[in-house]
Design a protein around this ligand. Structure first.
Ligand code: MSP
Length: 553
């Protein structure tokens, strides 16, 4: 069966390069990676973009403090982001840096188009500016926050400047309609309500430039036709989602005829993505994003992570966890226990141990080794033939039905970006297999093969069903844990990846086909199931510590 692979474009925010990456950046990028991998598994033609936002004033400021030019400092940190993302095994198709010519030229071109169409105009502006976030806040938002930055708590500044403005106000009705009708889906639901509430207070023009002052570093993209101004970094940064795709060979991921892009981020920057960016695109005659998903924050021991508290979870701590428990275990923990949805999530070792043991060591790890061991012991390591034997227990455990329902559910979760839930379906399936083993007791049956000639068929059918259900479970777990699941597919001789030696290669068929009960990719009687190494050993002991406590800064 060949299916047309429809495009799927998923993005992360592009991250500031004033400092090195931390868990928050890795988290959003992991969520995007899981979405991208699940989309590939489902059979979509995926493009996954991440990158760095380099023209911020805070980048040039920090660079000066460290004795670097802005670009040198950006180079250093962009390399750290790239390296961290490689270590996390992210499967991004591109990594854009806003200092690259391909971005700069197109971003300036879009701004010129908006000037030409009258959507950007020159004027005076005064308002509350948050220097730590490089953004103006509306009077209402500033007041509600007691004139302190809602993100860092630092004082806001009253600033007046001559600026170019984007006429966001023109698009208020259009945007309300887009969001209300879910043409631009703002997820989760609570965030949509928040954004709608704010839009209803009225949209104002937004500044899209910043005048360079005496002593400022020559940093940023010049405003077309007015080099005294730089394009405001936020406006320029948003453009990355399109500049990177605005080439003939990539345009299918940003089509002219329908919204397609999925933008992921945390709640701090939802306004830019759900309000300013769709309106800019509309003014440019482009499609809006299809989905804007804002998750909550990873916090550390109940407190927001911040520079001043010095409580960031650093990448080298994640590395130490990965060293002891495997990278996929870290990915699993972040992907399923992270702040998807509206609530912040705490990062705590005790919780890591709990989840590792229940989901991985005692969950999928135990189920696969238990079933693998029984197949080795009773059938010499080759998958037994179920011969159509009925395996229902009190009308329960209709495996073909269970599998179909689980896969359908996964597709629904994928649509809603409930990726943590989609992943957990694999663990639920493994625990169902456990429950099934407990009631059917194949180990007891194995002792009674002589008593009744039908017992061998029954044992074969039970173990076949267990193994096949687990194979589907591993498919659903693979977006979060690609390496561990590929390891299992190798030991179970499953042909799932186009290159079995490479966990990041493509899938030989889309999920619906791969998971079909009795389908071409189902386990075949006689197929070898070797024991393989234990996927996840039980976790205990003290929290892993980074090799050197001091991290380079
Ligand atoms: N450069 C802008 C984004 C421009 S996108 C056109 C920016 N950069 S940032 O480096 O500050 O990254 C912010 C993003 O990092 C958040 O939206 C989120 O994706 C991620 N996170 C940063 N801290 C986080 C947590 N504590 N928890 C979860 N995600 C966090 O804003």
């Amino acid at each position: 069966m060949t299916t047309e692979r429809s495009p799927y474009y998923v993005t992360t925010p592009i991250y500031y390069v004033n400092d090195r990456p931390h868990i928050g950046h890795c988290y959003t990028t992991l969520v995007a990676d899981v979405a991208a991998r699940l989309a590939r598994l489902i059979g979509r033609d995926v493009f996954f973009l991440t990158g760095t936002d380099e023209h911020a004033e805070k980048v040039s400021k920090t660079a000066a403090e460290r004795g670097h030019t802005p670009l040198e400092w950006a180079d250093i940190n962009a390399a750290r982001f790239k390296q961290a993302f490689e270590q996390m095994n992210f499967s991004n198709d591109d990594f854009v840096r806003t200092t690259e010519e391909r971005h700069k030229a197109k971003a300036a071109e879009y701004i010129q188009r908006l000037i030409d169409s009258g959507d950007i105009e020159l004027g005076d502006y005064s308002g509350w500016y948050d220097p730590s976030q490089e953004e103006y806040l509306t009077e209402n938002v500033a007041k509600e926050a007691n004139f302190l930055s809602p993100v860092t708590g630092k004082p806001l500044e009253q600033r007046t400047e001559q600026n170019y403005f984007f006429r966001l106000d023109k698009y208020e009705d259009w945007l309300k309609d887009q969001i209300e009708s879910d043409t631009v889906r703002v997820l989760p639901k609570a965030r949509k309500n928040e954004v709608m509430g704010r839009i209803k207070q009225g949209l104002q023009k937004v500044p899209v430039s910043r005048k360079i002052k005496e002593g400022d570093a020559d940093w940023g993209i010049a405003m077309p036709g007015d080099p005294e101004h730089r394009i405001y970094v936020w406006i320029e940064a948003l453009c990355n989602y399109l500049t990177t795709m605005d080439t003939p060979d990539r345009r299918q991921w940003w089509p002219k005829d329908r919204p397609l892009a999925v933008h992921l981020m945390a709640k701090d920057i939802l306004w830019f993505h759900a309000v300013i960016w769709p309106c800019m695109l509309h003014a440019l005659g482009e499609q809006s994003p299809k989905t804007v998903y804002a998750h909550a924050y990873f916090i550390s021991e109940g407190r927001k992570m911040s520079k001043s508290l010095g409580n960031f979870i650093e990448i080298d701590l994640l590395e130490a966890y990965a060293e002891r428990y495997s990278l996929d275990a870290v990915r699993w923990f972040l992907a399923t226990q992270g702040p998807m949805g509206a609530n912040d999530a705490d990062f705590a070792y005790s919780r890591f141990v709990e989840v590792f043991n229940s989901d991985l060591a005692n969950g999928i790890g135990n189920a696969t080794s238990r079933v693998g061991n029984m197949i080795a012991k009773y059938f010499g390591g080759s998958v037994p033939d179920p011969k159509g034997t009925d395996t229902l227990v009190d009308g329960e455990y209709d495996w073909p039905l269970i599998i179909k329902a689980t896969v359908d559910q996964a597709l629904e979760y994928f649509d809603d970006l409930a990726l943590d839930q989609a992943a957990k379906l694999g663990i639920d399936l493994a625990s169902k297999v456990d429950g099934y083993i407990n009631v059917t007791e194949p180990f007891r049956l194995a002792k009674k093969l002589d008593e009744d000639p039908g017992n061998t068929d029954k044992l074969a059918a039970i173990l076949y069903h267990c193994a096949e259900a687990l194979r589907v479970a591993t498919l659903l777990l693979s977006p979060a844990m690609p390496e561990k699941m590929a390891e299992l597919w190798r030991t179970w001789s499953c042909e799932i990846l186009t290159d079995p030696a490479d966990a990041n290669s493509g899938f030989v068929a889309p999920l619906a086909e791969l998971a079909a009960w009795g389908g071409p990719h189902a386990l075949k009687p006689g197929q070898q199931v070797t024991k393989g190494a234990v996927l996840f050993m039980r976790a205990d002991g003290k929290e892993p510590a980074p090799e050197s406590a001091a991290t380079a800064s």
